[in-house]
Design a protein around this ligand. Sequence first.
Ligand SMILES: [Fe+2]
Length: 547
Amino acid sequence: MEKMLQGMCMTEQIEKIPPRSRQFTELANVDEVLKDLSRLLKKMANCSWSAVYLVDREQRDFTPARSCGLPARYMPLFREMPLVPDKLPLLKSMLRKKHHLLIPDAGESELLPATLRKILRRLSLLALPMVVRNRVMGAVFIARSRNYPPFSEDEIGLIREIVSHAALVVSHIRLFDESLDMAVEMGKRIDIILTLDEINKAISSSLSPEKIIETAVQSIERIIQFDLVTVLREEKGELYVAAARSSTITIQEALQNGARLSGRSLARTAFTKGESRYIPFLSRASRLSSFDRELAHSGIESLLAIPLLSRNKAKGVLLLGNFEGGRFVREDAFTIEKIASQMAVALENARLYEEMRSLFIATVTSLANAIDAKSPWTKGHSERVMNLAAAIAKEMGVDEQLTERVRLGGLLHDIGKIGIIEALLEKPTTLDEDEFPPMRLHPGKGVAILAPIDQLQNVLPGILHHHERYDGTGYPDGLKGKAIPLEARIITVADAFDAMVSERPYKKGYSTEAALAELRMNAGSQFDPEVVACFCRYMGVITTGAD
Ligand SMILES: [Fe+2]
């Protein structure tokens, strides 16, 4: 081979060799390129063996990658012996100069340690750095018998070309692989960020704890696989199950909704410490609590408990279980912690809202009670109308906001009577003809009383129009049919029903059946037929106890 190479002029060599090395670019992985490189070098330089090492930046050494022609007895030595520049003067010198080194008699060279000198006896050695963008990424060693003429300048030039071409291909493959990994990782992260954002919007847009928990559970399902998810909420220092879901195991009694978590458990520890707790293998854990042991018996192996922290205080715990051991990795825990904290804040907001709402309702109720108390005959009327009207709204399937307007409108519908002289309200007989006009002012007066309260603005139409009739002959505006706000049409029916069934000094109370019959009879004239139908259906369910 060397004769062949030496016999050729340089141009001929270049024409012959590079097409072979160009095949590197067709190879898809680093190992294939290095395998081809070591074979090609051995063949073209007619050498005893060739070896390729790659830099391991973490280990700060040259790790063996590929060799060709190395005697079998030296293979373990090659595979298990990374080259450390500090211990190998040859390598150190080559790295400093970033240039090849030719050692004609390697067996005698001071640049090599004794072990290598033994292997390289009677061989000449050519060492070349693999350099890409001025950075050493590896090294190539070619050993040839000293019986052959030493490496010529032309040969070395050609070998350097091939080595640097292979180094460039390796660098491109690595870059491509890294970009691909990075793209996959970025894709995953973007997906998690988008999901977290969606969760945040979904959770924050609700003030219902049940809906918040449901949304959070669904979201976790999208991001991570689990066999059990449980949400525990704190109440007076105790943890209660707010939701438990599993598609693979039967939810045990201790995890049924509303169950109190008693005794020691991983969830309790996470709650008390305010920190996530993880048992990767329940079956290997010692001293398990009876609660966690029961989970292990149902097949759960990995158990992760994340506290629901709001303002640094645990408000509950999110408990996740998986049949597979060591299932939850650090990234999973991090993502779930984010969801848990969004969930905790949303639940706390919902609790504060509920507290404020209760205070508001209590205040408004005392206002309504003030008017009911003006007449002994109407005691509790406003609250009853509120409950009946809300039940009708629910039966009709209207949205939460309208139901709320109906509830508050029902409670406050007669608040304007506060401005009516007490003599009229306390009158034990039906009103005379001339007493109706002042009484008819009460819806308008009610609106005037409540108008300054911002939070009640959307309740006013229900109050103003609760004496309109469906046929347009009611007051104050004589609105007809669907022109009357729906909340007012609902309140009218609830108001009329309660008035009918209540005892008055001038009349006995109707029976439920008689009152419903009266409503039906006046559906279309006084009342909205659809509202009456819904109310009758609701009352039918209540009175017959049917499902
Ligand atoms: Fe009224």
